[in-house]
Design a protein around this ligand. Structure first.
Ligand SMILES: [Zn+2]
Length: 396
């Protein structure tokens, strides 16, 4: 038998796309890096317009009428700001989230459907983020010197709760979740869950095929809400069981290895630095932006100043954030290979993602922008694993 060559096997997987398709994926991916910069500029411009309009100061003064009413002011100002910023940035969202995706053939969603999902997101996320900001403003009032320290803890707790609950309570608003039908796919997943200690009493199927033909899944929740959810693509007649095992094994890896807690620690650390800088630099930045009538960092009428600072700091922190995320993704691949040994199943699923994340970026591009390792690298790792397993088997 000929020697198995991991490099050649990787090339063969990447060759499922023609050179023209790879070039298109690269254009899409690298254009996406620029969108980070343009998106930040749009966010800054929109917040600045709201700030300079003076409307938030008017809302504040209208509610206060001489007597301080901090909670009511924060609530009203934050909601007015969120709605105004959403409307002002809508043209950009239409371009970057819908029109561009459509132009690259990555979505078939009609504009009306997209807009409906955007409005649904706004209805869900504006109250959630407002609640988070209300908490931060309360901290600023009670602990004006150390709010940034406690605030980072609040962000971490918020992140964990959101990550645990979102798939259970929010994702069902966008897709239809039903108990998975009995059959070989479900049986396989139940056996996999038993092997690595993932709760398997709730296994759901959702209509992921309306968004894409990829094998997608997630394992989320905690305690009574823990469940496995899989796209209906995996339950089609010709579904590839090896691919299902590779992908679901990866998702189980995120769950078993507790990645959300690592990510929460990362966001807490990033929030700590960002909030500290906001606390120290608020006054000069507010002056620079020409904020009028804003009393200080704890005044919700100055929220756009905080928004602008966080947008810029977020952009600067992108390489750090994507790199930590990327390490977690690599770890989930390792978990899948070690526990379920489906290098070809994993590789087959991975090459389906090349369209929107170019397969072979430069090392620098990967470090700066990729929140998943490149598919070229991931497939190669799976093929190296396969080669190592073949050697183990040969020795036996
Ligand atoms: Zn993952």
């Amino acid at each position: 038998m000929a020697q198995f060559d991991p490099a050649a096997a990787t090339q063969a997987y990447l060759a499922v796309l023609t050179p023209a398709q790879h070039a298109k994926a690269q254009a899409y991916t690298q254009g996406g890096h620029w969108l980070l910069l343009w998106g930040t500029l749009v966010a800054v411009a929109v917040a600045w317009l709201v700030l300079r309009s003076g409307v938030l100061v008017k809302v504040r003064d209208g509610i206060e009428k001489g007597a301080p009413k901090p909670v009511r002011v924060a609530l009203a100002v934050l909601i007015v700001d969120a709605v105004l910023e959403m409307i002002l940035s809508l043209p950009w969202s239409v371009y970057s989230d819908w029109w561009r995706e459509k132009a690259y053939g990555l979505t078939s969603q009609p504009f009306g459907g997209w807009l409906g999902e955007q409005l649904l997101s706004a209805v869900i996320f504006i109250p959630i983020t407002t609640l988070l900001m209300l908490g931060l403003y309360a901290l600023m009032r009670r602990a004006p010197k150390t709010w940034w320290l406690w605030g980072s803890g609040v962000v971490a707790a918020f992140f964990v709760v959101a990550m645990i609950l979102a798939p259970v309570f929010i994702m069902p608003l966008f897709n239809d979740y039903k108990p998975a039908p009995p059959g070989p796919v479900r049986d396989e997943v139940v056996a996999m869950a038993a092997k690595v200690g993932v709760p398997a009493d709730k296994i759901f199927i959702y209509d992921g095929s309306k968004q894409s033909n990829r094998y997608t899944a997630n394992v989320a929740g905690i305690g009574a809400t823990a469940r496995i959810a899989m796209s209906d693509v995996m339950f089609k007649k010709d579904a590839d069981l090896a691919e299902v095992r590779g992908v679901v094994g990866h998702e189980m890896g995120h769950y078993v290895r507790g990645h959300i807690f690592i990510f929460a620690g990362m966001y807490a650390a990033m929030a700590l630095v960002a909030f500290f800088l906001v606390d120290r630099l608020f006054a000069p930045v507010a002056r620079l932006l020409g904020a009028k009538g804003v009393r200080g960092v704890a005044d919700p009428a100055g929220f756009p100043v905080i928004g602008i600072m966080l947008a810029v700091l977020g952009l600067l922190a992108t390489p750090l954030q994507v790199s930590i995320t990327r390490i977690g993704e690599s770890d989930a691949d390792t978990f899948s290979l070690e526990n379920f040994n489906e290098p070809d199943g994993l590789a087959k699923a991975l090459v389906k993602t090349i369209e929107y994340r170019a397969a072979t970026p430069s090392k620098l591009e990967e470090i700066l922008f990729y929140d998943h390792p490149s598919v070229g690298g991931r497939v190669r790792k799976a093929m190296d694993w396969k080669a190592a397993q073949m050697q183990v088997d040969a020795v036996k």
